[in-house]
Design a protein around this ligand. Structure first.
Ligand code: ZN
Length: 378
């Protein structure tokens, strides 16, 4: 597709500089200090900038806004237009010239469907990395920790698993001395695990895996073999959905209790994020709530009429991210069901909204995250 305009004139550059400045200011705030009301107001300014920016630079986005009569700046976050996340599978949605594309992220790679494609330029990609660092450092600290990855090293070489590999590579940045805990047959690689455990037993380490893989290929297998790692200071991060665990009647409390028993760690954090909004991930706090980060927000909508749900009411999750300028993905209607669990009242002290994810929207396409295959993850 062709883009309607190129970012050349001064009048375009000035708002962009102002937008970058506002992002910087928001990122420097303390999540324990910023109420939802203040956050919404600050985000509305930057998201309205993105709403205008993408109308100017992405013909598809402009058309959608025209059809829905949503060209004007929105008066609230809830009034901003939102795109169904599956549009990224159906259309090439970008707000830059093709020669500015720095990286293309694919959200899935199963053969039965077209993968979503997300086009990044250097600015958006760099914003995503900085934001991810800002968010994750609050959970895992500033030091890079020795890292055990619950996956097979082959995964990063196989293009079939590009979404999974991208997730691992994104997180690998936060660790050092990386070790893969599984072999090519997805069995625990005991020499590697034992060496890691004996080397780092007395210090903080980082363990990352996709939720179902961590459970099925690691925790359960170690339990069957009566193994315990005693990595008491490990920080365990996991992501990718609960569907398969729910089928096995494993809830978050059970999951954490088993990790404590097998790995030895009590610091277990789920996070919620997607390829269409890399950077602004929702990390689970000590109270088990997924927090919207400073540069993102969440709205839950009634699946029948798209009205905004009340706190505690189940609906479709809409995610807002202040980061993307290279593609119009700042306001997306996901295919996940969930609820707002608290606003400014989480006992952990962080303000803003928290959510719980209840699963996938019924009858949506299988999307290719770690839930979707019986044997392997794409
Ligand atoms: Zn909390």
């Amino acid at each position: 597709m062709t883009n309607p305009a190129v970012l050349t004139s001064l009048s375009d550059i000035e708002p962009l500089a102002e937008y970058e400045l506002q992002l910087k200011q928001i990122m420097q705030l303390e999540p324990t200090q910023v109420s939802q009301a203040e956050k919404s107001q600050r985000l509305l300014t930057v998201l309205n900038f993105l709403h205008q920016h993408h109308q100017q630079h992405c013909q598809h986005y402009q058309n959608i806004c025209v059809v829905n009569q949503q060209q004007q700046p929105a008066a609230s976050l809830e009034a901003l237009p939102f795109l169904a996340v599956r549009l990224f599978k159906q259309l090439e949605l970008l707000s830059i010239e093709s020669e500015q594309v720095f990286k293309v992220l694919q959200s899935s790679g199963t053969t039965s469907q077209t993968a979503a494609r997300v086009f990044l330029d250097k600015d958006t990609s760099s914003r995503q990395s900085k934001t991810l660092v800002n968010i994750l450092q609050r959970t895992i600290g500033k030091q890079r920790l020795p890292m055990l990855i619950i996956d097979s090293p082959n995964i990063v070489k196989d293009p079939k698993f590009s979404a999974r590999a991208a997730g691992i590579q994104g997180l690998a940045f936060f660790g050092r001395d990386h070790r893969y805990a599984l072999d090519d047959n997805m069995q625990p690689n005991w020499p590697v695990i034992e060496e890691f455990v004996s080397k780092y037993a007395e210090q903080p380490v980082l363990i990352f895996g996709f939720t179902f893989m961590l459970w099925a290929y690691f925790i359960q297998v170690l339990q069957q073999q009566n193994k315990q790692l005693n990595l008491l200071q490990a920080i365990v991060l996991h992501s990718g959905g609960w569907k398969k665990l729910e089928e096995q009647k494993v809830d978050n409390v059970t999951f954490k209790a088993q990790i404590k028993h097998i790995i030895g760690s009590t610091k277990v954090h789920n996070f919620y994020g997607m390829a269409e909004q890399v950077g602004t991930i929702f990390v689970e706090c000590s109270q088990g709530h997924l927090h919207a980060p400073l540069l993102a927000d969440v709205i839950v909508r009634n699946p029948y009429d798209m009205s905004v749900c009340d706190i505690g009411q189940q609906g479709i999750i809409q995610v807002l991210s202040a980061l993307p300028t290279s593609y119009p993905g700042f306001s997306l209607l996901t295919e996940d069901m969930g609820r707002i669990t608290t606003i400014d009242t989480c006992p952990c002290g962080q303000k803003g909204k928290t959510i719980a994810i209840d699963g996938r929207l019924p009858q949506t396409e299988v999307r290719g995250c770690s839930d979707t295959q019986s044997g392997a993850v794409t």
